[in-house]
Design a protein around this ligand. Sequence first.
Ligand SMILES: Nc1ncnc2c1ncn2[C@@H]1O[C@H](COP(=O)(O)OP(=O)(O)O)[C@@H](O)[C@H]1O
Ligand SMILES: [Mg+2]
Length: 228
Amino acid sequence: MAGLFITSTGTGIGKTFVTAGLIEYLRSQGRKVNAFKPVISGFDPRAADDSDTGILLSAMGRPLNDAEIERISPWRFAAPLSPDMAAAREKRVLDFDALIAFSQSAMASPGDFTLIEGVGGVMVPLDRTHTILDWIKALDIPVLLVAGSYLGAISHTLSAVAVLRQNGCSLETIVVSETAGSGVSLDDTAGTISRFARNVGIVAVPRATNTTTNESPFGLIAESCGLI
Ligand SMILES: Nc1ncnc2c1ncn2[C@@H]1O[C@H](COP(=O)(O)OP(=O)(O)O)[C@@H](O)[C@H]1O
Ligand SMILES: [Mg+2]
């Protein structure tokens, strides 16, 4: 089954927004999508509906209950920190090999596609020695990179692109999700990223985009990632 890893240049950029939009779009086209957020920090069980896990479950049309939360997000940490630090606060260590095994079995779940949302950006530490990049490399899975349109986003994005490419990752598409209140043009940002990144699909997503209409950029994202 086709898998896609959704990573980003940092946190709060739009990974969950784009993943949920893709799920809703693909479901509206009659596809079965499995989405996972295997590692989540800053997780408060009393506000699970607002968490990435809750948002992805809702997009999949799944109930929000303990079993579903455990099924898609087995590694949950309370502190809103990178996973290594958040785990340390709870005197825990994220087991990287178990995370890879979990992700591989997630990719084998029945359905048309598996989407895996990472944590923060490409170089976020998971434990003492592994980052998100190591997770992507171990899975050997196509990557969707979500970027913003704030001042500085171009350099952050091209740095992430360079790291992914230098490490042999297959970068399918860059989504530029418009940053709220940014004075920088979304289209100029996407155009500049496209000019420097070369040979990669670029889709710009304006704020407050409807996910299932024909004009939806999520259809373009799905096409650019080879999902439809
Ligand atoms: N293109 C967009 N239009 C509207 N809201 C967006 C867009 N991109 C991101 N957001 C919002 O910005 C916030 C951070 O995005 P989120 O997807 O949670 O980031 P990440 O998963 O990368 O941490 C969320 O409230 C999300 O809904
Ligand atoms: Mg998220």
